[in-house]
Design a protein around this ligand. Sequence first.
Ligand code: NAP
Length: 259
Amino acid sequence: MDPDIPKMALQTGAQMPQFGLGTWKLTGDTCVEAVDAALRMGYDHIDTADVYGNHREVAAGIAGHDRDGFWLTSKVNRGSLLYDDVLATCERNLQELEVDYLDLYLIHWPDADAPMEETFRALKRLRDEGMVRDIGVSNFMVEHLTEALEVAEVPIVNNQIKFHPGHQPWDVVELCRENDIAVTAYSPLGHGELLENATLKRIAAELERTVAQVCLRWLLQQQMIVIPKGSSEAHIRENLQLFDFEISPEQDAEIRGMG
Ligand code: NAP
């Protein structure tokens, strides 16, 4: 059944699926099978990164799926943010992933040793040449994003940050919204640590859902893009069941109070 995953309109006009599969720590056959299972189930967005070391496995997982039918994000890591390094890393990443383009390429972490203007100049070239369709950042807090917005001559469409019920950096989110930058919430389940939280367990019982589903649905209702990681088909399937229930305003206020 088509889960009808909503899209987030980016400032460049691209439509980014609001929900996807995170792949940090997914390796080997588990990674191949998780990516393939997710796409077969109706996921249309995969998140990876150069530093995850799993591009070959992601490539095997997406093989056989129509490239234009899903969104693919990867990230260039700190340590590779000088002009020539960004270009070379992206070229290698495309080869590893066996694709002609990435939908989104992010600066994984800010790096004080690389002039930001130089990194964005390289990203602009990648975009102009069609190797990546859009560019963005990750782990950019207010001071990093403020500098980025001053120097980038290419639209920054996305900031991927740690955001979940126990960790809510709203100051970054507000700056993103003022500048039409979509926010992706990573570690939406607190890397698994939120699953035993008493408040979330009670809300999950009220809704007759799981704690994982409550975390993910809550983030969707904050107008964020959400990318939970799951290894097993059961987790990957459970995490997709988010589009037929709602967190109430009272429950929302309670979860906001956890941050
Ligand atoms: P997460 O998605 O918050 O949590 C993943 C953990 O929760 C795994 O142990 C997983 O177990 C478990 N889990 C998933 N679904 C579950 C369910 N329905 N019920 C019970 N347990 C469940 O953690 P994350 O991997 O840190 O974050 C998600 C993604 O965000 C990453 O994979 C990556 O793509 C991205 N990320 C980006 C950055 C960055 O710097 N940009 C940093 C961290 C993460 P199983 O594996 O056993 O299914």
